[in-house]
Design a binder for this molecule. Structure first.
Ligand SMILES: [Zn+2]
Length: 72
């Protein structure tokens, strides 16, 4: 069962009447309603376009920041 964050209840709620949708960018999302207050909830599911916080294994390390020029 899909869960989403209801901005009105300020809590995580089970999404009722959940409908899966595919957005223009190819990502999937679930659209439904909060069981408590009926506010429309929208949850974006993980997709290929979702940026990952951790680079996958084997990815080259991030390039080092160029040393900032210190004022002389
Ligand atoms: Zn709610």
């Amino acid at each position: 069962m899909a869960e989403g964050y209801c901005v009105k209840c300020k809590a995580k709620k089970e999404i009722v009447d959940a409908v899966e949708e595919v957005m223009k960018n190819g990502r999937k999302a679930i659209k439904g309603r909060c069981p408590t207050c009926g506010t429309v909830m929208f949850k974006i599911l993980g997709g290929k376009a979702t940026p990952v916080s951790n680079p996958p294994d084997g990815a080259p390390p991030a390039p080092a920041q160029p040393p900032s020029k210190l004022p002389s």
